[in-house]
Write a protein of this length. Structure first.
Ligand SMILES: O=C(O)CCC(=O)C(=O)O
Ligand SMILES: [Fe+2]
Length: 225
């Protein structure tokens, strides 16, 4: 499932984050690539240990953990520290699949989900669409600054050349409590449905209580903690 999560950050927050990021020591983007994706990648990244990357990375994780739609859809186990990239002057990222395992120091995660948080407004650059190949065909994603797209790490994806302006974003991987995409999507849809019934009938309604029990019992069966 591919999910658009609006307004992870407000416009004012994006502006402040961008001020920090833009002052950082941007470098060639091939520092986090696997062998195949390195040949496909033409962009810049902030070194993960730079103070700017560390500061904004922590804010991104904090905002995501406080975002109910993100938590419900991703059911995060561990979010690998978000990174930052910039494409300009024809920069692009050819078709690739993300590495299955990410390691930093002694932390190792399996990448179940990938996400891009857009930090440039779409009208400020041409190109830079994130094209994700899904079962039903390719989806082209270009979101307002502050919005995020969440997608299964197993999907082939690419970023089209940026021919005007610059596209700055935060990109990240996470391990989910639920490894299987279909199981995770079912839990998300069940949660959304429970919230709707809850709004309609209130939290003491027998159906809401029963369905909430089913949600937690499925989570208990399927989660890896
Ligand atoms: O820039 C993006 O939106 C995606 C980046 C990406 O696919 C990657 O770094 O693996
Ligand atoms: Fe990727």
């Amino acid at each position: 499932m591919l999910l658009h999560i609006p307004e992870v950050f407000t416009k004012a927050e994006v502006k402040a984050l961008r001020q920090t990021l833009d002052a950082g020591p941007w470098a060639d983007g091939n520092m986090t690539s696997g062998h195949q994706s390195a040949s496909a990648k033409k962009n810049q990244q902030l070194p993960e240990d730079s103070p700017q990357a560390r500061e904004v990375s922590a804010l991104v994780v904090q905002a995501l953990n406080a975002n109910p739609m993100f938590v419900s859809a991703a059911l995060p186990h561990t979010i690998f520290p978000p990174l930052f990239n910039r494409y300009e002057g024809g920069g692009e990222f050819g078709t690739h699949v993300d590495n299955a395992i990410r390691q930093r120091g002694e932390h190792r995660i399996r990448s179940d989900l990938s996400a891009t948080l857009f930090l440039s407004e779409p009208e400020d650059y041409d190109g830079g669409e994130l094209i994700i190949e899904e079962m039903y065909g390719a989806q082209s994603i270009k979101l307002p600054a502050g919005d995020l797209v969440l997608y299964p790490s197993k999907s082939l994806h690419r970023v089209t050349p940026v021919t005007r302006g610059a596209r700055v974003s935060s990109f990240m991987w996470l391990q989910s409590l639920i490894r299987d995409d279909a199981d995770r999507e079912s839990l998300f849809r069940l949660d959304v449905a429970i919230q709707r019934v809850n709004l309609d009938k209130g939290p003491k309604d027998a159906a809401v209580i029963e369905l909430t029990g089913v949600y937690h019992n499925l989570l208990r069966r399927w989660s890896e903690v």
